[in-house]
Write a protein that binds this ligand. Structure first.
Ligand code: ZN
Length: 254
């Protein structure tokens, strides 16, 4: 028995059924070229997997567009506007929560989309990643009216509504509430197993891609190592597939 045994056994069941589970990787808080970003891009290229890169529009620098221009496997996404916490005191951090009027939130979301379109052109997908993975319930309709096609937050993806597809992430590599370093590999693999099993056994939509979530700007050695170990095993496993980011969400974005 190794730490990977349960995952390997679960993936063998998918193979036996002739099925493949879609996976994707989202990395958040990108603003500029950096050694950390280079490392992430190199790792994804080496693993031959696409990357959804959530960019903070208000802070995005031209160097980021220059770095991504040569990398067709990277798809920039809109990470809120300025990653500012507007939540009421004592509430969970949130940039697009109900504390602010919907028109203000909508105009910021529109500004984020137009700013990043100016930087990345057609490389950008109209996919909104709310900072801290939360936003007010009226936001999907507002985002749809602003030209967005999809949202990515965290946890089980809701069904499409208001013209918005949900393409969430499910496995966060960072233990934010504890060490702020890597989550233990065995804990992460337990969660991965559960996501796979729930899809195989029909408790979840089997077409919902499992999303991994990273934050390259704060990675320490342990987090990079965890990402390496996951990609070593999962990037080319025959029971898994890594669709282009634009093909996620039943092709609504492509
Ligand atoms: Zn963020």
């Amino acid at each position: 028995m190794t730490i990977w045994t349960a995952v390997n056994e679960e993936l063998a069941r998918w193979t036996h059924l002739g099925r493949r589970c879609p996976l994707w990787l989202r990395d958040d808080d990108a603003v500029a070229a950096s050694a950390q970003l280079d490392r992430l891009l190199k790792r994804c290229a080496q693993a031959d997997i696409p990357l959804g890169l959530a960019v903070i529009p208000a802070d995005a620098e031209p160097s980021l567009a220059e770095v991504l221009a040569g990398h067709a496997f990277v798809t920039p996404l809109v990470h809120g506007w300025s990653h500012t916490d507007h939540a009421a005191p004592g509430r969970k951090k949130c940039e697009f929560g109900p504390e602010r009027p919907p028109e203000v939130r909508q105009s910021e979301a529109e500004r984020g989309l137009s700013t990043l379109r100016g930087l990345f052109g057609d490389q950008l997908l109209p996919l909104f990643v709310p900072p801290w993975n939360r936003m007010a319930p009226d936001m999907p309709a507002r985002l749809s009216a602003s030209g967005y096609r999809a949202v990515s937050a965290f946890g089980p993806s809701p069904a499409p509504c208001d013209g918005i597809a949900w393409i969430n992430t499910h496995l966060d590599l960072i233990d934010w509430r504890g060490s702020r370093s890597a989550i233990p590999l065995d804990a992460l693999l337990d969660l991965l197993c559960r996501e796979l099993r729930d899809r195989r056994e029909g408790r979840r939509n089997p077409a919902e891609p499992i999303g991994l979530l990273t934050h390259h700007r704060v990675h320490d050695a342990a987090i990079w190592d965890l990402l390496d170990r996951l990609l070593d095993r999962l990037a080319d496993h025959p029971a898994l597939e890594w669709p282009a980011i634009g093909k996620l969400g039943a092709g609504r974005l492509g």
